[in-house]
Design a protein around this ligand. Structure first.
Ligand code: SF4
Length: 341
């Protein structure tokens, strides 16, 4: 079903400005936004995927990845079709690029806001994640769900490429408790050529979400020869460290997919190198992903150096959290930053 995409504004020339993401699409009657799921109909912007989910799963929260957010709990995860990015390495391109590649067709199952919250509770989830495709493109669906989820004691997570406008973040901040934001590169050229977006709005969204008090974790998918030079990794690390050395940084290995089938898998040595650069930049919490490396997937207390959250096996399979409910280290009492209850 479709609903009024109210995060928008009608302009003097009767076009409609979408205010959800940094693309700032200005649309005339019948036109679709870049994301393919917001369209002007009858003079007003519509969200075509409202209560229409294309992917639904119950995942360990570690899979988002969120490592400092209610560890060892389940998260009700949903996404729709459509995306405001066109990443050539997208792992969910079958839904994210669906409308763009199928003459604007919208697919998905009816999933009312109320039912999402019911299902999350019935299945023992502690939170709801808006994930798989870019959640800001279905902003109004996420907003209504997140608000109702809070009323029922559930937390909310955005897994995002970080293209939210300030206005969107202002509206989301009371209800979104955690965000995992991609910094896909530190090169504007990479963003333009490989993702159909720009770097600057992403960095601005990261800073603003942090300023708004939302718990954030950053993910960078490292791709050989594309974004894995020491210099580029260091630039991202320094950017995060300047903002807050307690922001966890997930360094993830690329697997060939979508339009990058000829690019090799990222070797473990690249992730280890990036991990070291992150440490040198002063970041307290670094993690590798998409490879098996128990030591670099676990959390260590920055004060005493002891392992305080152990993670091994498949992501989220075996998680042993020794922190108390305030996130304090059982060995030295130091507080580990995160959302623990
Ligand atoms: S959410 Fe979609 S319609 Fe709105 S500005 Fe972004 S790409 Fe354009």
């Amino acid at each position: 079903m479709s609903a009024h995409a109210w995060l928008s504004k009608t302009l003097h020339d009767r076009t409609v400005l979408c205010q959800a993401c940094a693309h700032a699409c200005k649309l005339g009657e019948g036109e679709y936004g870049i994301c393919g799921v917001r369209r002007v109909e009858g003079g007003e912007l519509k969200l075509l995927v409202y209560e229409r989910a294309a992917a639904v799963n119950i995942d360990p929260v570690e899979k988002k990845p969120m490592f400092h957010f209610l560890p060892d709990t389940q998260v009700f995860s949903l996404g729709t079709v459509g995306c405001n990015f066109t990443c050539e390495f997208c792992q969910n391109y079958n839904i994210s690029q669906y409308p763009q590649e199928h003459q604007h067709r919208i697919v998905g199952q009816d999933l009312p806001v109320k039912r999402i919250v019911e299902l999350a509770r019935e299945n023992g989830c502690d939170s709801i994640a808006y994930t798989y495709n870019e959640p800001i493109v279905f902003f109004e669906y996420t907003y209504d769900t997140a608000k109702l989820a809070h009323e029922h004691g559930l937390k909310n997570i955005y897994v995002t490429s970080g293209y939210e406008t300030r206005k969107a973040l202002d509206l989301l901040a009371p209800y979104i408790d955690g965000m995992n934001i991609d910094i896909k590169s530190f090169s504007d050229t990479f963003y333009q050529e490989t993702c159909g977006a720009r770097l600057k709005p992403v960095l601005e969204a990261v800073k603003y979400a942090h300023q708004k008090g939302i718990w954030i974790e950053i993910t960078t998918l490292l791709i050989s020869g594309k974004n894995d030079s020491d210099e580029e990794i260091r630039s991202i690390a320094n950017f995060i460290a300047k903002l807050d050395t307690a922001i966890p940084w997930h360094l993830s290995a690329f697997h060939p997919t979508y339009k990058m089938l000829d690019t090799p898998r990222t070797p473990a040595s690249t992730l280890q190198r990036a991990y070291k650069i992150g440490k040198e930049a002063g970041l307290k919490y670094l993690y590798v992903g998409n490879i098996d490396d128990e030591d670099r997937e676990s959390t260590y207390c920055p004060a005493c150096g002891k392992r305080v959250i152990d993670r091994h096996g498949h992501i989220g399979q075996f998680v042993t959290n020794t922190l108390n409910k305030n996130g304090e280290c059982p060995h030295c009492g130091n507080t580990i930053e995160g959302v623990w209850r």
